[in-house]
Design a protein around this ligand. Structure first.
Ligand code: AMP
Ligand code: GLY
Length: 426
């Protein structure tokens, strides 16, 4: 098979690494990719917003499958446009990607199909949103409806903060994404990421993970795209997984089919495990980054076989095998992140790092004058597999010790919750 992978982050490097191990693969192309992806794929420059140009490339190179990494092209309808041109795509249609592209759409779907989620209101103007805040009180959560690169959510502990967030939204802080807002109940509990591989009709559980969103140790400082992750998430016991499938995922699959937008691709449910059970915080319609990196480390099956089965509507016949070890990834970021990261500093020492159960996935890297340099906020994902979360954590941090990059930083406590649980004997 010839495959085209779209994207350039650590998520895409992990997907490329896993696909490159498949005996089904003939040629892997990636656009735009990064130097790590370049080790296993041919990097090509395509304008991903120009769907016709992507389709022309696929026809010319006889691409059998396009794998879309990030949400932007999916929400823009790239899967639909490529399918019209006769090209197979792993990823949801534009209509199905509304599960990520519009928070209000997802909340209304939850309401219609009785899916447990935070109580909410949808608003297109400041006055009615403020009135809702006034009525319900704080803490309360304000969300821009559309894609806002992970920045559109405010957890407001007071009504004043909520009102300020609403004003920012309606004044255009998130552009068109904030022209409508969702205001919702503040949920408490432990968060988990739950993934399903979907083919329009069947959803197969595809692993669990926990992410660390705050930039600093001890979960302090501003939010990021994720500073590290581990899989599995201990809070997702078999019982909790079964409830999540029955109460959240399966009604979503039926609901989407019911409204004429069957979901195929990766469904990534952000969950809050509350005292009364799992509740949906949000959906993403792609793999998480860096969650994908830990999932790929644990996946025992051939990823291309699974993606093909999802595209062909054959998931009902499959089961998926996972390593029972824990995978953990630590994000190394460039100084300045999540604000403006410093670019161009040289990274050395990667040659000695990888080995049995240790992989370094590239996120924001580039080659400059023959040297590997930082070229983004999140730069490297140092990923390890261990018999326990503690062992995976120790291996990942030992690997980081070999990396010579003074301008980079990372959290020192990735996996702390799972490691503490192990120490407590559960
Ligand atoms: P998002 O940008 O949508 O991933 O949301 C960022 C984070 O905000 C989530 O990972 C949660 O930690 C938090 N969050 C979102 N919605 C709620 C909610 N209703 N209650 C509590 N926390 C929330
Ligand atoms: N790590 C969170 C995300 O990919 O959305």
């Amino acid at each position: 098979m010839n495959v085209l992978l779209l994207g350039s982050g650590g998520r895409e490097h992990a997907l490329a690494w896993k696909m490159s191990a498949s005996p089904l693969l003939t040629r892997l192309y990636a656009s735009p990719g990064n130097p790590g992806i370049g080790r296993v794929a041919e990097l090509v420059k395509l304008d991903v917003a120009d769907h016709a140009a992507v389709a022309a490339f696929c026809l010319e190179k006889k691409i059998d499958l396009v794998v879309v990494g990030p949400e932007g092209p999916l929400v823009a309808g790239i899967a639909d446009d490529l399918r019209v041109a006769g090209i197979c795509v792993f990823g949801p249609s534009k209509a199905a990607a509304r599960l990520e592209g519009s928070k209000g759409f997802t909340k209304d779907l939850c309401a219609k199909f009785n899916i447990p989620t935070a109580a909410y209101g949808r608003f297109g103007d400041l006055a009615s949103a403020k009135a809702y805040v006034e009525k319900t009180g704080a803490p309360i959560v304000i969300k821009a409806d559309g894609l806002a690169a992970g920045k559109g959510v405010t957890i407001a502990m007071t009504s004043d903060e909520a009102n300020a967030a609403l004003e920012a939204c309606f004044e255009g802080a998130f552009g068109a994404a904030g022209a409508e807002v969702v205001v919702e109940e503040y949920l408490t509990g432990e968060e988990a990421s739950f993934f399903c591989l979907c083919d329009g009709a069947t959803a197969l559980p595809f692993g669990t993970a926990q992410d660390h969103k705050r930039v600093g140790d001890g979960d302090t400082g501003p939010n990021t795209g994720g500073m590290g992750a581990y899989s599995p998430a201990p809070v997702m016991t078999p019982e909790m997984t079964e409830r999540t499938m029955r109460e959240i995922i399966e009604p979503t699959m039926r609901g989407m089919a019911n409204i004429g937008a069957p979901f195929a691709g990766i469904l990534f449910a952000g969950l809050m495990i509350t005292e009364s059970g799992p509740k949906l915080i949000e959906y993403n319609t792609r793999f998480g980054d860096p969650e994908c990196q830990v999932l790929m480390m644990r996946l025992k099956d051939d990823l291309l076989v699974l993606l093909n089965a999802a595209v062909d509507g054959q998931l009902a016949h499959l089961s998926i095998r996972w390593s029972d070890e824990t995978a953990l990834t630590v994000v190394m970021a460039a100084r300045g992140y999540p604000g403006t990261p410093e670019k161009g500093s040289v990274i050395r020492g990667l040659g000695e790092v990888e080995g049995e159960g240790v992989q370094v996935f590239h996120a924001g890297t580039a080659i400059n004058g023959g040297a590997l340099v930082a070229n983004g906020g999140r730069v490297l994902n140092v990923t390890a597999l261990g018999k326990t979360a503690g062992e995976a954590q120790a291996k990942a941090y030992a690997a980081i010790d070999h990396i010579d990059w003074p301008q980079g930083f990372f959290r020192h406590d990735i996996g702390w919750r799972a490691v503490e649980r192990e120490k407590a004997g559960g």
